[in-house]
Each structure stands twice: as C-alpha cells, then as structure tokens.
Design a protein around this ligand. Structure first.
Ligand SMILES: Cc1cc2nc3c(=O)[nH]c(=O)nc-3n(C[C@H](O)[C@H](O)[C@H](O)COP(=O)(O)OP(=O)(O)OC[C@H]3O[C@@H](n4cnc5c(N)ncnc54)[C@H](O)[C@@H]3O)c2cc1C
Length: 208
C-alpha cells in the first residue's frame, strides 16, 4: 500500500521501483524514527542541532549518501574555494563563526562544520553511505516510508513522521549542462538543477 501512494523521487536520482531496489541485495529491516534528516551538510547539521535542542524527546537520524560531513564544503576542493557571503551570517547562530576571515576558505568552513557536528554529538547520528532514493507517504499511518540505497547493494528502509530534506540544491552524482545534458564539468556541477518535489527543505542561508 505504501508504495502506491504519492511517491516522491529524490533530486537527480533515478527512482527505482520496489522490485529494482531489492535487486542489488535485499531490503534490510525497517527502522522507525520521529524525524529523518536527509543530508549532512550545513543545513542538515543545523537542523539536527535545533531538533536536539528544541525537541529532545524526538528520535532522529541523518541519512547521508556520501561518506563525509560537509556537503558542498567537502565536495568542492579546488584551489581558492571560498564562501561568497560572510561567515558571520552564513554560520550558525548557536555557534558563531570565530575565524579571522569573514569570506572564509572552503577548508576552514569544512572544519567548522565538522567541529560543530562533533561538539553537539551530531556526527554520531549520521548514517553515511545511505542514498535516499524513494519516499512515500501513507495518510493512514501518517508516516513516510523512506528507502536508502547502501554501498553494499542493500536497501535500508525507514519509517518516520517527519521528513526533513537538507539535501542541497545541486546534483552530487553528475552536473547538468544547459539543455539538461549530463556533464562532468566541475563548474557545471555547481550550477543549479532544481530538485524534485520535497517535503521540508532547508536552504542554507544566514538566519539559523
Ligand atoms: C564554491 C561555493 C561557494 C558557496 N558560497 C555560499 C555562500 O557564501 N553563501 C551561501 O548561502 N551559499 C553558498 N554556497 C551554496 C552552498 O551550497 C550552501 O551555502 C550550503 O553549503 C548548502 O548546504 P546544504 O546543507 O543545504 O546543502 P549541501 O552542502 O549541498 O549538502 C547536502 C548534503 O545532502 C546529501 N544528499 C543529497 N542528496 C541526498 C540523498 N538523496 N540521500 C542522502 N544524502 C543526500 C549530500 O551528499 C550532501 O552531503 C556556495 C556553494 C559553492 C559551491
């Protein structure tokens, strides 16, 4: 029944059928959380902090497709990569940026995110190597069923009441050239390809 309802495909990811998702291995046991956060970048870490601080009784986990914290700031490593806006506003209100440079270098931003995640125990909540491929809503259960492809070829299944999409705004798998063609150009990889329908999305911006 779940899979016949309002299936949402995740940004830039081929949406497998239930049959397909099981073909690489199997579906592991289902785990339940109050909240699932997708993405361990700036937004996901911020979302986790506020959830812990304001809703301490809620259970949650973060599903991250890569094996690293930081999203943008871990992916982009080219020389000179830096923020465009000042870190006093891009950084978290709950852990203000103390760096000397307001327009900060990428590696320093990555360290800031790693340290923040570590300081608040958020790094222990992250399931790395879990790429969310599918989510379906059941009105009867008032719950999302979410599938995540693991590197081992298995699909992990989760059920949650609140799905918090912090998956960023571009495709981590491949860039998109003008006209929709896939390309591998690093500059194009940072161009926006709007994601599919989301549930609750967080765009990084100043006002955490
Ligand atoms: C060079 C550069 C400079 C920038 N400077 C600024 C700036 O100054 N100010 C500003 O506001 N923005 C800036 N941005 C935009 C930047 O992307 C955001 O600031 C911010 O880092 C986005 O954070 P995020 O957590 O929302 O998304 P991301 O950093 O994109 O993180 C998303 C995370 O979700 C994971 N994910 C995605 N899909 C899935 C899935 N299906 N399943 C599981 N995990 C998934 C990804 O692996 C990633 O770890 C810049 C971007 C670049 C490239």
């Amino acid at each position: 029944m779940y899979f016949e309802r309002e299936v949402v495909s995740m940004a830039g990811i081929a949406t497998p059928t239930l049959h397909d998702s099981m073909s690489g291995g199997g579906v592991r046991r289902t785990e339940r959380f109050d909240v699932l956060i997708v993405g361990a970048g700036l937004s996901g870490i911020g979302a986790a902090y506020h959830l812990q601080a304001e809703c301490p009784s809620k259970t949650f986990t973060i599903l991250e497709s890569r094996n690293a914290i930081g999203g943008t700031w871990d992916l982009f490593r080219y020389p000179g990569v830096r923020s465009d806006s000042d870190m006093y506003t891009l950084g978290y209100r709950f852990r203000p940026w103390r760096g000397a440079k307001a327009i900060a270098d990428g590696p320093d931003i990555l360290n800031y995110l790693r340290e923040t995640a570590h300081e608040y125990g958020i790094d222990r909540k992250i399931r790395f190597g879990h790429q969310v491929t599918r989510a379906s809503w059941s009105s009867e259960e008032a719950a999302w069923t979410v599938e995540a492809a693991g590197r081992d070829g298995n699909t992990a299944q989760f059920v949650c009441n609140f799905l918090y999409m912090c998956s960023g705004y571009y495709d981590y798998v491949e860039g998109t050239c003008r006209g929709g063609r896939a390309c591998t150009n690093i500059a194009a990889a940072s161009s926006t390809r709007r994601s599919g329908p989301k549930i609750w999305t967080t765009k990084a911006s100043a006002s955490w």
